[in-house]
Design a protein around this ligand. Structure first.
Ligand SMILES: [Zn+2]
Length: 299
């Protein structure tokens, strides 16, 4: 049974930052706990994300099946109409509040959709440029270095892990897996530890949205059986239409005496017992289209 739940809050859109994040911050403040805020440094191109329906196999079916079309559709339109290409880091008020509350920040790509859709076709120099721009923009907004980098959509490869090493950040959060580890690819050992997301996110629940009792129970069961559980909430989901689920997650942690902590705390706890070195592979994850960077066998 774990003593901590690592919580990351992905803020992928400007609307998520101004409308969803404040709610999550106030809930965390009430519970006196901290999380890691994942935020892209560049413009919000949510409108263009709709092109994924055309370019990514299975994406439309997934949107319909999980109800994400209902969740994201109006937000995407609102963003496109009212906040065209606004930078997410320009959401000054919630950003300041997050800092006052002691949350830590993780760079989440420069343009969320570009990284998500195009990483694997970029050359190493372009990948490195994206990582640098993302870290610089977030650092400018918060007045200090972010603690890490997490590729949008859990997209990561050799070039991105290499670019990450050059940034000398404390951690990477590009992968799905079971525990913090040192990544290895093609025999190359990277030095920036990965803190993987270990649990399904709300939009991956098998019975779709709104979350069913069975899926919520399954999530809680998983948490109870993991040593270093990490959950990724989204400002656009738990911060807006699914606040009751977020409250239930916090209440569950409180009941089970599991502290909600940011990524650096998860890493710290894992470092105390030593990090394994593990292969990074590309693998599918249930109820999410495409492949994601995944913690593989120990090497
Ligand atoms: Zn994201």
């Amino acid at each position: 049974m774990p003593t901590e739940l690592g919580l990351r809050i992905d803020v992928d859109t400007y609307v998520g930052a101004i409308k969803g994040l404040p709610h999550l911050l106030s809930r965390l403040r009430a519970e006196r706990c901290q999380a890691s805020i994942f935020m892209p440094g560049g413009p919000d191109r949510t409108g263009q994300a709709m092109q994924r329906i055309l370019t990514q196999r299975g994406y439309l079916a997934k949107l319909v099946r999980t109800g994400a079309l209902r969740t994201y559709g109006p937000s995407a339109l609102a963003t496109a109409l009212f906040y065209r290409n606004r930078s997410i880091v320009d959401a000054v008020k919630p950003l300041l509040q997050a800092q006052v509350d002691g949350h830590e920040f993780v760079a989440h790509g420069f343009t969320h959709t570009v990284w998500h859709n195009e990483l694997h076709s970029m050359d190493a120099q372009t990948v490195s440029g994206h990582v640098q721009a993302s870290v610089d923009a977030l650092a400018r907004a918060i007045g200090r270095q972010p603690v890490g980098f997490g590729g949008p959509g859990w997209q990561g490869n050799f070039a991105s892990l290499h670019a990450l090493d050059r940034q000398q950040l404390r951690l990477g959060a590009d992968t799905r897996g079971s525990c913090p580890f040192l990544p290895v690819m093609h025999g190359y050992r990277f030095k920036t530890p990965q803190v993987p997301t270990t649990l399904p996110s709300l939009d991956e629940f098998s019975q779709g949205l709104p979350p069913t009792r069975r899926d919520i129970q399954a999530l809680f069961e998983l948490i109870m059986h993991q040593r270093f559980p990490v959950y990724a909430a989204h400002a656009e989901l738990e911060g807006r239409g699914h606040q009751a689920f977020f409250d239930e997650l916090l209440a569950f942690c409180w009941r089970e005496k599991i502290r909600v902590v940011p990524m650096t705390s998860v890493l710290q706890s894992a470092l105390a017992v030593g990090l394994p070195s593990c292969e990074v592979i590309q693998a599918p994850v249930a109820n999410r289209p495409g492949l994601v960077a995944t913690q593989g066998a120990e090497v």
